[in-house]
Design a protein around this ligand. Sequence first.
Ligand SMILES: NC(=O)C1=CN([C@@H]2O[C@H](COP(=O)(O)OP(=O)(O)OC[C@H]3O[C@@H](n4cnc5c(N)ncnc54)[C@H](OP(=O)(O)O)[C@@H]3O)[C@@H](O)[C@H]2O)C=CC1
Ligand SMILES: O=C1O[C@H](COP(=O)(O)O)[C@@H](O)[C@H](O)[C@H]1O
Length: 479
Amino acid sequence: MSFTADRLVLFGATGDLAQRMLLPSLCALDHDDLLAPDLKIVGTARSDLSDAEFRDFARAALEKFLPANRRGGMAEFLNRLSYQPLDATTLEGYEELAAKVGEPERGIAIFLSTAPSLFEPTIRGLQHAGLDGPHVRMCLEKPLGVDLETSREINDAVAAAFPEERIFRIDHYLGKETVQNLLALRFANILFEPLWNASHIDHVQITVAETVGLEGRVAFYDDAGALRDMVQNHMLQLLALVAMEPPGNFNATSVRDEKVKVLRALRRVAEGETVTGQYRAGAIQSKAVPGYDEELGKDSDTETYVAIKAHVDNWRWKGVPFYMRTGKRLPERVTEIVVQFRCVPHSIFEDKGARMQPNRLVIGIQPEENVHLSLMAKVPGLDREGIRLRSVPLDISMPDAFSGAVRRIAYERLLLDLMEGDQTLFVRRDEVEAQWEWIDAIRAGWAEQGLTPRPYSAGTWGPSAAIALAERDGVTWHE
Ligand SMILES: NC(=O)C1=CN([C@@H]2O[C@H](COP(=O)(O)OP(=O)(O)OC[C@H]3O[C@@H](n4cnc5c(N)ncnc54)[C@H](OP(=O)(O)O)[C@@H]3O)[C@@H](O)[C@H]2O)C=CC1
Ligand SMILES: O=C1O[C@H](COP(=O)(O)O)[C@@H](O)[C@H](O)[C@H]1O
């Protein structure tokens, strides 16, 4: 059912995500006149706040997390907010919540920014209060479970009240501008698609490097680890976007149909195709930082780094490894995709002594948003004894190419799509489950092998075994 929601209910409204991302995104959208004029936002959590206190709380979050030039009209935005205290685990309070939401003109979007253990009781409460009709959409934050089984339990509980076309599963990477630009690059240019296959691509690298450590999310992270926190969702979504076939059009069904085929074609990872690590004390950009165990306050076998050599078993990607790595406390924050092309089949310059290098496409997702294509060119000169070639960059810096464009928070796009009912950038149940199936097999392999993470110093690129993982195949990680 197509409608633009005129009510948004935000569970977990006093939480970290709401303060840092959700409230700032909504206020920024309002600043740009992108919210429906009649949209009302009802926050809810256990904390006993009045409407006025919640508005003060939201104002403080906006002043802290949203740049001043994006919060013009903050007073009008705050006027949209109200609050209902509620413990999601009991049925009490849901009727008061429904009363606060009132009768929408068009429909309601509900965003669960709470621990997944609260999803099931929350849905029961919403059903109890009649907040589950065809005019209600349900948005779920990650993590959706800790494995396939728990993810199915969550999905079943949500499906008991909401059909798939009204469920919006967040992967905030899909809201990032450059991630969407990957689709434009692949499918709005004739240049790449004919080469986008095993005949022309040697390998792909996907890196998500972070400098941060635990950031206070101690219990959550120690139970999750890098594989489940980053690879199960964001990195597999990036891989699917790189590897998928061209969808027939840019809509939710076509795009997600193609992604899920890739996720299902992922080969079970073999022994020796993963490396895990855990950071020890070190220095990042000259600043000393403690080790993981010290931050955690106890010994732990949780991996804060993982590198994987993955394979997509289909015609297009036969024999093309996808190297993925992610870690915390690495030397710099960078998310990028590297597509390494093969060498030309025959060099006409060989007997002139020229050294060839294969072309490489680097898509920078963050912190820099850019596209960098390396091409071979002749070094200028009369070269009487041969010819000299060198790899030169063809660079597009997105901020320069689109100067004046606002750099948005990923959640802005996603919240807008949620309210307008566009599921293209949300993850479908079959995708989540295919992701978990592949991840669970990796974890089962680790358990069988008794694998424990190798130490690496904070401020380095992870354990040396991760470098060896690629170098065994003659591949060097892009730095
Ligand atoms: N923070 C982040 O950057 C990210 C978070 N996530 C996920 O999003 C979800 C929320 O994260 P985050 O905001 O960091 O978590 P927080 O712990 O900061 O906030 C949790 C929120 O849930 C509320 N809450 C807790 N228990 C109940 C309950 N029984 N009934 C009603 N409300 C309750 C809390 O409010 P109160 O105590 O007042 O009840 C608070 O508003 C988590 O699942 C997290 O893993 C995902 C990606 C990134
Ligand atoms: O989902 C998560 O993502 C963040 C990284 O997000 P980014 O947008 O800053 O790249 C990560 O730090 C966190 O551990 C994880 O839960």
